[in-house]
Design a protein around this ligand. Structure first.
Ligand code: PMP
Length: 409
């Protein structure tokens, strides 16, 4: 990517040294680093115009409300949503998926309905559906993976029938990097009248996403994985589906009227935003989107693909290293899970850290997928716009040192 050195200078944490070595941050799939513009936007907002939103007639509150609602418009335009009111601010992808499962699923699912998920879902797009299935009598079913770590679309199409009420699928696996063909899946699911829920936590930060061509009913994502702060994310929904959804949390700001024994709801999206929302976080979220769009989402996707291809080639040379995920960059993002011989991934990650290389180790909140892969855990490197080939080289060099240390190879 052109101007990469210049861009890296926007991320103060990348100047850190760890154990006297420059930091090679390869854990953006867990959470990304933040550019100065996001930090400054939040700081400036706290200093100049902070007040609670939607409550006051005074200037600060009006300004604060305007900035909060402008952030909603910014998020909507980022995913090409036709109307900002189709965007609900939530705590993150997890709370969005809980809202959909309980708020839509809790009132629409019936005994015998099927909720069709994939074997590679993050727990956030699995556990809420398990909870609502237990309450409603709906059953869970799963789209399996092919030996190439892609979704088996033939089995998916075989499983689709009129009992399938929900199809829930990740936009990009946080373990394998697999990117399923969402428009094709959504079209088939629509054919049987199923609700299509896309967990965009990994996809939206890395590729241009247009909800008008995606085919989904709901798309969810978290700001902290796309240069923004923690504590905020977005749920986009088709207006008719949002209308069908019951609020999951009750409280201030989400009501039209309250009587002692009953209440009526505010208009969408406010009925889903009970209590004081993440106001400053929304300002940071908008600044993060400004940054991403300044760089260009196509550029970011191309950069991810370049690094992923380079890393896959280099990692293939490391003796006894197993990589879990599609072999090429086609239909796959910049997330690479691996194990080294029988070295425990936590031990491996600890050694890599001693070389300044930050990778995640564990089950990555995808325990059923770990069982499918027949491993308790993996180490995982993930890339974003600020990573370089030097980061990949540092990873490969540190893996070499770890191999020597553990007597591998
Ligand atoms: N889905 C996927 C695919 C994820 O990678 C994550 C974060 N690891 C989540 C959902 C949950 O996101 P959050 O923790 O921000 O709610």
């Amino acid at each position: 990517m052109t101007g990469l050195e210049h861009l890296r200078a926007d991320f103060p944490v990348l100047r850190r040294e760890i154990g006297g070595k420059p930091v090679h941050f390869l854990d953006s799939a867990a959470s990304s680093q933040k550019p100065v513009s996001v930090l400054e936007a939040m700081d400036e907002f706290y200093r100049c115009c902070y007040a609670n939103v939607h409550r006051g007639a005074y200037t600060l509150s009006v300004e604060s409300t305007d900035r909060y609602e402008a952030a909603r418009t910014r998020v909507a335009s980022f995913i090409n949503a036709p109307d900002p009111d189709q965007v609900v601010f939530v705590r993150g992808a997890t709370s969005a998926l809980n809202l959909i499962a309980h708020g839509w699923g809790g009132t629409h699912l019936r005994a015998g309905d099927r909720i069709l998920l994939t074997e590679m879902e993050h727990h956030a797009n699995l556990v809420p559906w398990q909870m609502v299935a237990a309450r409603t009598g709906a059953r869970l079913d799963f789209i399996p993976l092919t030996p190439e770590y892609r979704l088996d679309l033939e089995v998916f199409e075989d499983k689709l029938d009129d009992d399938v009420a929900v199809v829930g699928v990740t936009g990009m696996s946080n373990v394998l990097g697999t990117i399923p063909p969402i428009p094709r899946i959504a079209e088939a699911a629509k054919g049987v009248g199923a609700l299509v829920v896309v967990d965009g936590a990994q996809l939206v930060p890395h590729q241009p996403v247009d909800v008008q061509s995606l085919g989904a009913d709901f798309l969810v994502f978290s700001a902290h994985k796309m240069l923004g702060p923690t504590g905020i994310g977005a749920l986009w929904g088709r207006p008719e589906r949002l209308e069908e959804m019951e609020p999951y949390e009750g409280g201030g700001e989400m009501i039209a009227d309250v009587q002692l024994h009953s209440s009526t709801w505010a208009a969408i999206p406010h009925r889903f935003e009970a209590g004081t929302p993440p106001i400053v976080e929304a300002v940071g979220f908008a600044a993060a989107i400004d940054y991403l769009e300044k760089v260009g989402m196509d550029q970011i996707a191309a950069h991810d693909a370049d690094l992923t291809g380079y890393a896959l080639d280099r990692l293939a040379q490391v003796p006894q290293l197993s990589v879990y995920g599609p072999a090429g960059v086609e239909g796959r993002g910049g997330v690479i899970s691996f194990t080294l011989a029988d070295v425990h991934p936590h031990d491996l990650a600890t050694i890599l850290d001693q070389h300044g290389v930050s990778v995640r180790a564990g089950h990555h909140c995808a325990k059923p997928l770990m069982r499918h892969l027949c491993v308790p855990a993996t180490a995982r490197a993930s890339f974003y716009l600020y990573n370089t080939r030097a980061d990949v080289d540092a990873l490969v060099a540190a893996l070499g040192t770890a191999s020597d240390l553990f007597g591998v190879g």
